[in-house]
Design a protein around this ligand. Structure first.
Ligand code: SAM
Length: 295
């Protein structure tokens, strides 16, 4: 079945009484080369994997994944798509479709049950709905489920943000947070014309190779991520001033002192810091908060 053929998509939509739901970010792929390439590149050439897909739609990418990988588990929020998926993926016995919202699922438990209990390595591959790209990526990373790769097609601008360097205009809290979990690589661009309906933005595919052990060490994970959030909260302000919104428990003078104790000038801006820098700073802040608790 050629699921990227426009007439086939229309026939399936008609047969199952479906319409493209904007609220679920439904833009289905209609260019045959794109899902095949995403499936080829999502694990850097190793097909000995279980794949978690988010949002199979009518099964276009799922089809290419199922042809290549040991097992595919696809989570779809829109229950009206389920009968169509049963039809389009009927030839595969290595696909499981789960009806649900990825944001509400315990991803760790799901991957254990579907993949690691059977001794399978596993990764994510998805054409993500645009209304929820960064929350889904953070949800997957924070699950610490044990993915080797997370490969997603998302808005081109978000990929530019996630692959940017400290000090550049695109570098933000999400860049620093994701870079704690893994190394991000842009794979290729996909134009809006490759989808039905065509979205208003262009897309890129990126792959995160997750670190096996944390790239930086710090005393308190909660404070580390609060420092990242706080440092970007008010980009035009100096680092101590920007941090003050997040760390209400510390006064400006203390924030200036901890920034200097971590080895930075008090006039520096948060957007120039790498995750190593955030780790240093978060340890100083953790010490300061602890000292205050004791006194
Ligand atoms: N994979 C298909 C393709 O490439 O043609 C469809 C991709 S479409 C951009 C996004 C899909 O994600 C839709 O099928 C949509 O219903 C589904 N979706 C949206 N929000 C979701 C969520 N929170 N959890 C699971 N699936 C979701």
């Amino acid at each position: 079945m050629r699921l990227t053929d426009i007439n086939t998509v229309k026939e399936i939509m008609n047969e199952y009484g479906l319409n493209f739901k904007k609220k679920f970010g439904q833009n289905f792929l209609i260019n045959a080369g794109v899902p095949a390439r995403i499936a080829d590149e999502c694990t850097d050439g190793d097909f000995d994997y279980g794949i978690l897909e988010i949002g199979p739609g009518i099964g276009t990418l799922t089809y290419e994944l199922a042809k290549r990988y040991k097992k595919v588990v696809a989570v779809e929020i829109d229950t009206t798509l389920l009968p169509a998926l049963e039809h389009t993926l009927a030839e595969f016995d290595n696909v499981t479709v789960i009806s649900g919202d990825i944001m509400k699922l315990d991803v760790n438990e799901l991957c254990k049950r579907e993949f690691s209990d059977a001794g399978m390595k596993f990764s994510v591959c998805a054409n993500l709905p645009y209304y929820i790209t960064t929350p889904v990526i953070m949800h997957l990373l924070e699950s610490e489920a044990g993915f080797d790769y997370i490969t997603v097609m998302i808005q081109k601008e978000v990929v530019a943000r996630l692959t940017s360097e400290p000090g550049s205009a695109d570098y933000g809290a999400i860049t620093a947070s994701v870079s704690y979990y893994g190394e991000v690589k842009k794979l290729f661009n996909v134009s809006a014309g490759c989808f039905m309906p065509a979205p208003k933005v262009d897309s890129s595919v990126m792959r995160i190779k997750l670190y096996k052990s944390a790239p930086v060490k710090f005393k308190d994970k909660g404070i580390f991520f609060r420092v990242i959030r706080g440092a970007f909260a008010q980009r035009r302000k100096t680092l101590p001033n920007s941090l003050s919104g997040e760390f209400g428990e510390l006064d400006r003078q203390s924030l200036t002192s901890v920034v200097e104790a971590a080895g930075f000038s008090a006039t520096i801006r948060g957007e120039t810091l790498s995750i190593n820098d955030f780790a240093l700073l978060s340890d100083e802040i953790a010490d300061e908060i602890n000292d205050r608790r004791k006194s």
